[in-house]
Ligand binder design. Structure first.
Ligand code: ADP
Length: 620
């Protein structure tokens, strides 16, 4: 059982019990006032449940005989993603006195965890199954919205990183812009990412210190995708990456200035944002919107169809508003597609995988890191107006998914150099500094397709330091999502792997790190990225030791709509479809078979800016 927070336990003089939640997971719960008699639908009192959103949360609900009178959350959901939902949803439930409130698509884990926690508390309060069903059926009344028609210079579909970069670039070029976004907030998958953005400031001291250059970035991107990417687009991606970083800085985004090797990034060239996950990008975009009125956001508006004029040019978008009303947006200049990939469209990803058979399966048993709205809508809309779809079978999985949700939260690694992967037998099985596809394919070969990230306290001296997802190591350990031990033997016991093997694996690995005696000799898996800072990351040898369990998860779809260097969408004959531009994960053919870690954020900023500029310039 998970330890219950002392604060709540002492506040409520709790009776502790185990409950099985609706999702089948275990939730720990406390209840007070059990002795009070039940005259209405609830036994009055205060009840608590612990559930799992992006992070663990405690939901505390106070009821009288027939109503909820208070809901309190103890949570650490991410600012800009889950936190606004944790703020609003309890109020909505209170107001409705029902559980049929809307799930927020960009924060489904948080939404579902709150509903699960409140439901659990109501059950503890004696609510019968009939009462729960009745409360779940209660939905907020929505006033039907009228059909509406708008006109803007540039229309952008999707408010992830690519869409917002395009929208702001077009606005900076003096255009009025309307952005249609399916969910209730900006962010898409971009905000859920670890935030690493590959970019080389050619000739700078940092680049020199790591023997890095734009030329090497181009070469590794192209070769890392088995030379299937379009070399012209790869060159643009890498050459304009640093400009992209500078542009984000001008918009107010903070970077730590430190570079690191992100998993599958192959080289230390990832810029690290000051804010966790992808939130820094959206704070900067939002502050632009706060100061400039030329970008209008239409949230909860799902684009369904691209409108085409009598000359075959794309001239607008037809969409569905929140209450099923039709929203039409006409473009005087161009339309930018930035709807992201299709990792959450199981049917489409299975069909695409049949082409290449890169993966043993991509059926629903394989989770995804993606937001639930990432279903390939833009790809389907573009195909309907003749766009060429390329390399749809190139789909990226990561070996780093949360075993329950597939999300990247709970991932304890900070940089490639300071961690290893071991299987359930306590053995390394792959070059952990290599390509993402090779690492994940190797993971599919391991028992239960399960591995552990193992590292020491060099990265986490006190345990209060944050991972790349804004979580402290101690909170992950407390929630049972990571293991911590003073010896490798104890760690092995917690992980359920043979202690002797784990110890031997780490001893062997350490011999390649600073102070080891294998300098010049090859690692058995071909790993070349080892910790090289004496005293800091000098191997896995400083207690306490940490581990976290991970599984394969669908992360990025590299195939999609074909574009040229101006981000113009092409048809099957290689001709430009006038008026239609695309950027980000909706496009295909840049990354080839395998995208380098850290190149997605570069892609959305670089090609988002190009698409925004091209759409602003375009006239019919
Ligand atoms: P990228 O990394 O390419 O910017 P993201 O996944 O970050 O992609 O963002 C894509 C955005 O597009 C998400 O916010 C998603 O909700 C939105 N989106 C997807 N389909 C539609 C649609 N049909 N209409 C409007 N917005 C959409």
């Amino acid at each position: 059982m998970k330890p219950i927070s002392l604060k709540i336990a002492s506040l409520t003089l709790a009776t502790l019990m185990m409950l099985t939640t609706a999702c089948g997971g275990a939730a720990s719960s406390t209840a007070s006032s059990q002795a009070a008699s039940q005259t209405g639908i609830f036994t009055p009192g205060t009840y608590s449940a612990t559930t799992m959103g992006m992070h663990e949360m405690t939901v505390t609900v106070t009821v009288d005989a027939n109503a909820i009178t208070d809901i309190q959350l103890e949570h650490s959901e991410t600012e800009g993603i889950g936190a606004p939902v944790a703020e609003n949803m309890p109020k909505e439930i209170m107001e409705l006195q029902g559980l049929g409130v809307d799930i927020v698509a960009s924060a489904t884990l948080t939404s579902e965890a709150i509903l699960e926690g409140v439901t659990d508390c109501l059950k503890q309060a004696g609510a019968t199954d009939e009462v729960i069903a009745e409360w779940q059926a209660k939905k907020p009344e929505v006033e039907a919205e009228e059909d509406a028609e708008y006109t803007a210079d540039v229309v952008v579909i999707g408010a992830g990183g690519a869409g917002m970069s395009a929208a702001i670039t077009a606005a900076q070029a003096g255009k009025n812009v309307i952005v249609l976004e399916k969910t209730g907030s900006m962010g898409g998958n971009t905000i859920l990412s670890g935030g690493a953005m590959n970019a080389v400031d050619d000739g700078s001291e940092v680049a020199k210190a790591h023997d890095d250059s734009v030329a090497l970035h181009i070469q590794q991107t192209y070769e890392g995708g088995d030379e299937q990417g379009n070399l012209e687009l790869v060159t643009i991606l890498c050459e304009q990456a640093w400009d992209g970083v500078e542009w984000m800085k001008e918009l107010g985004m903070g970077f730590t200035g430190e570079v690191f090797t992100v998993t599958g990034g192959l080289w230390p060239r990832a810029q690290r944002p000051s804010d966790p996950e992808g939130t820094g990008f959206f704070k900067a975009f939002q502050s632009y919107l706060d100061e400039n009125t030329t970008v209008t956001m239409l949230y909860n508006t799902t684009a369904n169809e691209l409108l085409v004029d009598e000359n075959g040019a794309v001239c607008g978008v037809k969409a569905t508003g929140k209450t099923g009303n039709t929203v039409t947006v006409n473009a005087t200049n161009g339309v930018v597609l930035a709807t992201g990939g299709f990792a959450r469209n199981v049917e489409l990803r299975e069909k695409a995988n049949e082409e290449t058979q890169l993966w043993p399966t991509l059926d629903e048993s394989i989770p995804s890191t993606n937001a639930s709205g990432i279903t390939g809508d833009g790809i389907i809309m573009a195909e309907a107006v003749g766009a060429n779809l390329i390399q749809m079978g190139n789909i990226q999985l990561l070996p780093l998914g949360d075993p329950e949700t597939g999300s990247l939260s709970g991932n304890i690694e900070h940089a490639v150099e300071s961690r290893i992967f071991v299987n359930e037998q306590g053995e390394r099985f792959v070059n952990e500094g290599g390509r993402r596809d090779e690492m994940t394919l190797a993971l599919f070969e391991q028992s239960n397709t399960t591995m552990f990230i193992v590292m020491d306290s060099d990265t986490y001296p006190t345990g209060e330091e944050l991972n790349n997802f804004g979580e402290t190591m101690n909170s992950l350990v407390e929630a049972g999502r990571a293991y911590k031990a003073d010896t490798l033997e104890e760690l092995a016991e917690q992980m359920g792997v043979p202690a002797e093997t784990l110890t031997a694996t780490i001893e062997e690995y350490n011999r390649h790190c600073v102070g080891g005696d294998l300098e010049g000799q090859e690692d058995e898996f071909g790993r070349t990225l080892f910790s090289d800072v004496e005293g800091e990351n000098d191997g896995i040898n400083d207690a306490p030791f940490y581990a976290a369990k991970r599984v394969p998860t669908v992360h990025h779809t590299m195939g999609g709509v074909e574009i040229n260097a101006n981000a113009e969408v092409l048809n099957a004959n290689g001709e430009v479809i006038p008026g239609l531009f695309a950027a980000g994960e909706v496009t295909g053919g840049i990354h080839g078979t395998n995208r380098l870690g850290g190149n997605a954020l570069t892609d959305i900023i670089v090609f988002g800016r190009i698409a925004g500029a091209s759409a602003a310039e375009y006239t019919r």
